[in-house]
Design a protein around this ligand. Structure first.
Ligand code: PMP
Length: 359
């Protein structure tokens, strides 16, 4: 590790610096590397943001984000006190790690999952135990539950998982909830709207369930930074205390206005997410024709492997042709590429580039 100034806290010195290489500032790229939605957000969201700006920004926003929490609650069948909002689900996750997982025992996460979970654990000094996914890269629910039953700080999973896209049925989530009833099971549903099964209906029966959502993916609002968590009021209360200790204004006026209008535009939401699912299914068949093995995806991306071609080399060759996909260096998944679902034209550009590369 490079030397750092002596006045840094030791835990910060151990943090890997974030390299924002996945967001290059080069125009004209076919950008299929960070799971953004290729379609525009609801036009009603844009109008609402413009209207909020016209009403003025000289006053602080509502510190409780009541209107947004009511809108989310109305959409998901919850009371506002069961909803917590933050600046993107990354912030919501960070607060949840702080609020629930600083315990004596280790936190359980799958060894193949969203990389930021380990970053938050490291930031807050939370010991993590990685539970290996199975041979098909599926989360090993039985192994997690039996490990949890011996004592843990909690469980964090993404459902559908990232970067595999594989979803778990609700029965599996219920098994995890039962395995550690006095610890939080956090289910990150960033991609659930593309075909997964949401655990939100389980909240009333499970005081230890926290479900985290984002407006970055299925609502096309990655640029607005809005995420939220749903759970029983006692969990939301803990998150609210953490949040207020960092910053008592969770969301700005523009983000709240845009998020509310987006959540209320069910028709736009359904149209764009069903389009993405349709494009995903078509792209799966085209990639299989090119010899790729494609994991079954319930997300807005595909996780693919070519038995005859090195994944890093393929990613570099695509980049030379201005197509960005994601390659991970983690040994277990180093022979896979993650491809975000783009527009039909973007996916055609990807397939054309692959045809030329694969010869
Ligand atoms: N969870 C998962 C599984 C993700 O892939 C991402 C985005 N990369 C996030 C959370 C964070 O999303 P955001 O902060 O944009 O809400």
């Amino acid at each position: 590790m490079a030397s750092v100034p002596s006045f840094w806290s030791p835990r910060i010195a151990a943090l890997e610096p974030y390299v924002p290489g996945e967001q290059p500032r080069i125009p004209g790229l076919v950008k299929l590397n960070t799971n953004e939605n290729p379609f525009a957000p609801s036009p009603r969201a844009i109008t609402a943001i413009e209207r909020a700006a016209a009403q003025g920004l000289e006053r602080y926003p509502d510190p409780e984000s009541v209107a947004l929490r009511e809108a989310i609650g109305a959409h998901d069948g919850l009371r506002p006190e069961q909803v917590f909002v933050g600046n993107g689900s990354d912030e919501v996750l960070a607060h949840a790690f702080f609020a629930f997982f600083q315990q004596a025992e280790p936190l359980l996460i799958p060894d193949v999952t969203y990389s930021f979970y380990r970053v938050y654990a490291q930031l807050y000094g939370i010991d993590c135990e990685l539970v290996p996914v199975d041979a098909g890269l599926r989360i090993d629910v039985e192994a997690m539950a039996s490990r949890a039953a011996r004592g843990c700080a909690g469980i964090v999973i993404a459902n559908p998982n990232a970067p595999t896209g594989i979803g778990l049925p609700l029965a599996a989530i219920e098994g995890l909830l039962a395995s550690c009833p006095d610890r939080v099971v956090l289910v990150d549903e960033a991609y659930v709207d593309f075909g997964g099964e949401s655990a939100v209906p389980l909240i009333d029966r499970h005081p230890n369930l926290l479900v985290v959502h984002t407006l970055s993916k299925s609502r096309s609002l990655a640029g607005l930074r809005v995420g939220f968590a749903c759970g029983q009021a006692s969990l939301v209360d803990a998150l609210q205390r953490v949040k207020n200790s960092f910053n008592s204004y969770p969301l700005d006026r523009l983000a709240s206005a845009g998020a509310i209008a987006s959540i209320e535009d069910q028709a736009w939401f359904d149209k764009t997410r069903l389009d993405i699912i349709d494009i995903r299914e078509g792209l799966t068949l085209q990639l299989e024709d090119l010899g790729f093995e494609v994991l079954p995806s319930q997300a807005n991306f595909l996780f693919v492997h070519h038995p005859a071609h090195d994944a890093a080399t393929l990613a570099a060759a695509l980049r030379e042709r201005a197509v960005l996909v994601r390659h991970f260096r983690q040994p277990r998944i180093a022979q896979y590429l993650r491809i975000s679902i783009g527009t039909r034209d973007q996916c055609s550009a990807l397939v054309d580039a692959l045809v030329r590369i694969l010869g």
